[in-house]
Each structure stands twice: as C-alpha cells, then as structure tokens.
Design a protein around this ligand. Structure first.
Ligand code: GDP
Length: 573
C-alpha cells in the first residue's frame, strides 16, 4: 500500500459525520452546545444558542442577513475527539476522531432542508425528551434515515426531571420507530431521585450531581466508578435503596435480551440507547465516547455513471450505477445545500459539498459533472471549530463550502473527471401553492431570476406551466412562502401579488419503463400532455409535474394512465 493510500485510509477511518434529529424542545441546541464544549470547540457553542434565539419568531427569519451570518458558522461544526481504546501515544491521525456535526434547521417548515442534510451524513444522533417520549417530528426524520439505512444512536434527555419510565420509553421507541433499542447506559431514578446512570457496557456507575451552573466552566466531571457487576455491594453503598430498583430493571432488560449486533446497528436496524441530562452536562461525555467508537466512518455511496449522470436517460436507456468507495483515489462529492446572498452586495452563494471520495487539496480543480467543465476550488471554505477558513485539505466525510454565483445547484456532483452523479437527494412534493402575479411587467426578468435562484437553493419549488406563462410556486410550509415573498422584494426588487391556487398535490411524472414498449410510452405521453394540459408544469429542473386540485383528481389521473409513474418525491437530476 502506498503512503498516500495509507493516509487516505486513516483519514477516512477517523471521520464521523452526523446530524442530530429531534422534535423541537427536546434539547438539540443544548446537546449541540455541550458536544462542542466537550469537543473543545468552545466558541462555537455560544453561536449555537444565538442562532436558536435568532430563529425564534417568524419575524426574525426576516432578518436574513444576520440570520445567514450566524447560520453559516453553525452549519457545519467540526472538532476532534479521542477514539476510546486507542493509546494516548498513538499518532493523532489514529488517535483522534474528526467529528463533523451538520446542523439541521429547527423549524418544521424547513423540513426539506433537514431531509437533504440527512443525505450528507453517515449517522444520526436522535434526542428524545424523556418526559414526552417519541414525538411527531422525530418519527418523520427517522423515516428519512430509514431511506438510506442510516445508523442511529439515541440519547434520552432531561432525566433530571420526571420522565416516562425507562422501560416504557424503550417500548415506545421500538413501537413507534420500529427500531429495537440496546441500552448502553441505564438511568437510576429520575427527577428529584435521579442518581445517575449505570453504564451497562463498561460496568461503571456514573453519579449525578446537579450543576448549579451548567456552562463552559463546569465540565469537570467525575469519572465513572468501576464495579464488578450489578451485584457489587458498592452499588448498595452508593445508591442505598435505589440499588435494588436498578437490579430489577437490569434483570428485566436481560430477559428482554436485545444484544448489540454491530451489523444491525450499521444497517439502521438497532439503536444503542443512552440516558442523561444535556443541560447538566450529564451523560454527554459517555454519549460522545460511545458515538465516536460506534458511529461509522464514511461508507461507499451509489452513483449513476456514464451518460446518464449528465442527462436524464431516455425511456428504455440503461442506467449504469457504481458503488464508489470512500477510499477511491478519485475526488468526488455532491452538493446538498445552498445558501444564497450571504453578502447582498456580491450575490454570492455558498454551495455545501459533502466529499465522498478522494482528497481535496487547495488549488486543485474539480469537475462539475452537470456542466461538463473543470472549476477552480481555491476559495473553498472549511468549517473549522472557530471560524470559516480556507480549506487546505479535506477528506471524505468533510463538508466544504464553495462560493459561486449561481452555477451550482443542489444535487450537483463533482469529480476528478469522471461522469458520475450521486443519487438519493430528494425533492418533496410541496403542499402550498401560489400563482405569482407581477405588479410591474418590466420586472419579469428579475422575477424569473429570483425564482430560479430561490428554487436552486431549495428554498421553494417553481413550476412553469406548459400552457401560459404565469409561474406557480410551491412550498412545503407557510414559512417558506413568507421568506420567499420577503426575499423577492428585498433582494430582487420584485413586487408581486401571490394568488391562492387550488392545488393540493404534486406528482412528478415519468414513463413507467417496466412492462411498456418505448413507442407506446411516447404515444401515451403525448396523449397525456394533450388531455391534462392545464395541470401540467415543468419544475426548476425541467422535469414534468402534475399539479392536482385534490386527491380524488390525482387518483383518477393515475388510474387513467397506468403507463406513467406518478411520484411524490423526486431525486434531483
Ligand atoms: P431544541 O429546541 O431541541 O434545540 O431544545 P433546547 O436545547 O433549546 O432545549 C429546550 C428546553 O429544554 C430549554 O429550555 C432547555 O433549557 C431545556 N433543556 C434542555 N436539556 C435539558 C435537560 O437536560 N434537563 C432539563 N430539565 N431541561 C433541559
């Protein structure tokens, strides 16, 4: 193995790229801060809370410049953390994990962004409020994780308060999310009687001391107390009458018999479970250690290769795919998020690229596959603990920010020259629609530009009718529409009226290649376009979309054209 290979392997092996998923208020912000504090990225922690404050009210979303300033620094948070079990005198590249925590927008209306961030991670940390159990947004996010079999580690938070019984929580996670839990730590009491956790894997007792001031200067934690097993009399000395309750719980757990199975965990079919209180710094260090030792480094990813990576394949054309290993020497990555107009004077936009293989080195060019040309990457940014810095080198699992003027779209892939396109970055069918009626016709060009850019950013979806010329915009939530209106006015000086349109459902339409001959499909397609003209639009990617006034109409149309596929999500092409 050459030295380069060995370095690449080691760099990949130590990467941990993940996101936190939770229902609002479960403690994601608090836990993020605490992870950064434990990871030594102290200054970042303040920014996380500031960002949360800034997004508290809808009106605050309108302070776009400020908001985006903060959100860039907390979009990707990187820090190093020792990998348990590796000797302290080993070289850093073996000893320290390189953790990349990707932020997900908190507001439910921005779900689409969150979903796309989840395509760029290798694992997820699920935070559950111990008092509330599994909540709706967590269920949705887990569905997205399941699409890619993302491994999930679970932290049950707020055990310093009265919570649901831990065994009940376990059942609820298994029932509602369909993922069997493997307890890693187990709580001893809760609320006023919360004594700490028993670490089932390390056989240690971690005692809880409520912190008066749970902040940066309060990270001096007592080490776990080793015990010889659950019957060790020290447990009685330390826990008093709660020792027997703990023993009873452990006995029940052993009866339930969920053994840790690494394969099942890596396939997203089992989740290690830890308890604690993020606010009190309790259980966070154990969580971080467990996370760093269990969470997988970047894995291979599927890409479409060859011609189909550039143009959508014609009906009947074969589509060739390849699994690309993270240690493949050729550079590759894809863009999962775009943030526009961070500096309103320059209209610059930042494309967030997840590196999937190879090495990124400053000064190199990368091949922008969709446009078929090589582009310089000398101004790409890394998101290190303290600031945005120019990237010198980056490896699979890392995220780099590529400033551009609108040439890069969500879903674009970059390579060292090969034609390849990473799959699995979804668009979701919007549920709210407005027809955009310009107040001054002279602004038609500015409107088209603004809408195109906002849709490329993934902020909204735009639809151009096959018939007529009035744009329709679609959003997954109301807040997205508000932000769009504000930005069209503020950044593109477009004044428009937004007329309610009676669409409720969107389906992307493609020929059903299974079981139908190409000539027949061409005929069906042109018949379909003629018959359904007033409902047909093309989206920002020129893909055909059917907008339906109601569910019934959608069902009927689907029945009428069995030769066509109607899909509620669409991968970016
Ligand atoms: P997010 O909406 O998921 O980001 O939640 P936050 O981190 O902002 O937390 C929501 C609320 O729960 C805040 O008032 C926190 O102070 C509180 N909180 C977070 N962690 C804990 C905890 O461990 N115990 C208690 N009692 N409250 C917590």
């Amino acid at each position: 193995m050459s030295k380069v290979d060995a370095t690449a392997r080691a760099e990949v092996r130590r990467r941990r790229t993940f996101a936190i998923i939770s229902h609002p208020d479960a403690g994601k912000t608090t836990l993020t801060e605490k992870l950064l504090l434990f990871g030594g990225a102290i200054q970042m922690a303040g920014a996380v809370r500031a960002r949360k404050a800034a997004r508290h009210a809808v009106s605050d979303w309108m302070k776009m410049e400020q908001e985006r300033g903060i959100s860039v620094t907390t979009s990707v948070m990187s820090f190093e953390y020792p990998i348990p079990g590796i000797p302290a005198d080993a070289p850093d590249i073996e000893r320290l994990a390189n953790v990349n925590l990707l932020d997900t927008p908190g507001h439910a209306d921005f779900g689409e962004d969150t979903y796309r961030v989840l395509t760029a991670v290798d694992s997820a940390l699920m935070v559950i409020d111990g008092a509330k159990g599994v909540e709706s947004r967590t269920e949705k996010l887990i569905e997205i994780c399941r699409m890619r079999d993302t491994p999930v580690i679970t932290f049950v938070n707020k055990f310093d308060r009265e919570c649901l019984a831990p065994l009940e929580l376990l059942d609820e996670i298994e029932d509602k999310l369909g993922i069997p839990c493997v307890p890693w730590t187990w709580p001893i009491g809760m609320g006023k009687r919360f004594k700490g956790v028993y670490h089932l894997v390390d056989q240690q007792l971690h005692l809880f001391k409520p912190s008066d001031k749970a902040g940066e200067d309060n990270l001096e934690l007592s080490e776990g107390i080793p015990v010889s097993g659950i019957d060790d009399p020290r447990i009685d000395e330390l826990l008093g009458d709660q020792a027997d309750d703990l023993r009873e719980d452990i006995e029940l757990l052993e009866g339930a018999g969920a053994e840790f199975d690494r394969e099942a965990f890596l396939a997203g079919k089992q989740t290690p479970l830890l308890f604690g209180s993020a606010m009190n710094n309790f259980g966070v260090r154990e969580l971080l250690r467990t996370f760093v030792s269990l969470a997988p480094p970047p894995q291979q990813r599927e890409a479409i290769v060859g011609k189909a990576a550039i143009e959508p394949p014609k009906p009947g054309d074969p589509v060739e795919t390849r699994m690309i290993a993270a240690v493949d020497p050729e550079f590759s990555g894809f863009v999962f998020k775009i943030q526009a107009n961070m500096d309103p004077n320059h209209r610059d936009r930042m494309a967030f690229m997840r590196i999937c293989s190879g090495k990124f080195a400053r000064g190199m060019k990368a091949h922008h596959v969709r446009l078929g040309r090589d582009v310089g990457m000398s101004n790409a940014l890394a998101f290190l603990a303290r600031s945005r810095e120019l990237v010198e080198e980056a490896w699979p699992g890392d995220i780099i920010g590529v400033p551009n003027h609108g040439t890069i779209k969500i879903g674009d892939s970059f390579s060292g020259g090969s034609k390849l396109r990473y799959t699995g970055i979804p668009s979701f069918a919007p549920e709210l629609f407005r027809r955009v009626l310009l107040k001054t016709p002279l602004k038609a060009k500015a409107l088209a530009k603004g809408l195109r850019q906002l849709s490329e950013e993934g902020a909204i979806q735009v639809f151009k009718p096959l018939l007529g010329a009035t744009w329709v915009v679609g959003a997954v939530g109301q807040l997205q529409l508000e932000v769009m209106k504000h930005r069209l006015l503020d950044e593109y000086s477009v004044e428009a009226a937004y007329e309610h349109v009676d669409f409720t459902t969107t389906r992307w339409v493609t020929p059903n290649l299974e079981g139908y001959a190409k000539q027949d499909l061409d005929k069906v397609m042109s018949n379909f376009k003629r018959k359904c003209e007033e409902n047909l639009y093309v989206d920002g990617h020129d893909d055909l979309v059917y907008l339906a006034p109601n569910k019934w109409n959608m069902i009927k149309t689907e029945e009428r054209f069995p030769e066509l596929r109607f899909e509620a999500t669409r991968e970016h092409s």
